[in-house]
Design a protein around this ligand. Structure first.
Ligand SMILES: Nc1ncnc2c1ncn2[C@@H]1O[C@H](COP(=O)(O)OP(=O)(O)OP(=O)(O)O)[C@@H](O)[C@H]1O
Length: 234
């Protein structure tokens, strides 16, 4: 299958006073169209830095990143803003919904600027929130808020769905149902999902597992027989 994403020798350094932190150090990997990828590693390994660079929210110190044939590391601010707006859907640990907009308005607000967006109501149906679209975030459970956040990301009809610890604030059962939703959406829409986590137990649900350690790639594994989330226990 065609490569959708390529990281080539990507490095990210932070200078804090006298100390240089190598958040990423020569990171190479590729991701194919439609893949469900889990980026796994301990706290501080560099997972979020990879995701932020891939999402155009951060830029590397050196190296190249290609997405869909374009070198995003050559993009200026304007092109990066377009890229973030049109091509990338984000799902974060703490949902980041707008408190004074209801579920439907949260999704519509995000899709307003996207040319190829999908119908907000249809997507909220798909994530199981048909009867909750008028609710404000404070009137929704954590799991429901994360479903709204996923709907908001998916409704943009992006090229990639990037998820940073999407179940980090949820209990086991709710977290599992959110992972199942992401797995189902990946299967149905064939959109590439990249999910960052420290939970190695969920690795079997991925097509590809990229392990990160101290800013370097420790291993890249292809799961020949990936599993449905329902069949995984942790
Ligand atoms: N803005 C920053 N300034 C200085 N150091 C940073 C900055 N952002 C990240 N780092 C450092 O870079 C390294 C990688 O951080 P990163 O957030 O990517 O790790 P992570 O694997 O996502 O960790 P976690 O699971 O705890 O979120 C860490 O040592 C972190 O302290």
């Amino acid at each position: 299958m065609k490569n959708l994403i390529e990281f080539k020798e990507v490095a990210k350094d932070y200078q804090i006073g006298e100390v240089q932190i190598k958040a990423l150090d020569g990171v190479d990997f590729s991701i194919s169209e439609g893949e469900f990828v889990v980026i796994l590693g301990a706290s501080g390994a560099g997972k979020s830095t990879i995701l932020n660079i891939l999402g155009g929210m951060d830029t590397p110190t050196s190296g190249q990143v290609f997405v869909d044939g374009q070198e995003i590391t050559k993009f200026n601010e304007k092109k990066l803003t377009e890229y973030r707006g049109e091509k990338v859907g984000f799902v974060f640990q703490f949902y980041n919904l707008i408190p004074n907009l209801n579920a439907l308005e949260n999704v519509e607000f995000a899709t307003e600027v996207c040319k190829n967006h999908l119908d907000a109501k249809d997507i909220l149906d798909k994530v199981g929130l048909t009867n909750r679209i008028q609710n404000f975030p404070s009137q929704l459970s954590g799991g429901e808020q994360q479903r709204v956040a996923i709907a908001r990301a998916v409704a943009k009809n992006p090229l990639l769905l990037l998820c940073d610890e999407p179940t980090g604030a949820l209990d086991y059962v709710t977290g599992k149902s959110v992972l199942k939703l992401l797995q189902d959406l990946n299967k149905e829409t064939k959109k590439c999902v990249v999910l960052v986590t420290h939970n190695s137990a969920i690795a079997p649900m991925a097509d590809k597992v990229i392990k990160v350690k101290s800013g370097k790639i420790e291993s890249i594994t292809i799961n020949a027989d990936k599993q449905s989330v329902e069949g995984i226990e942790w």
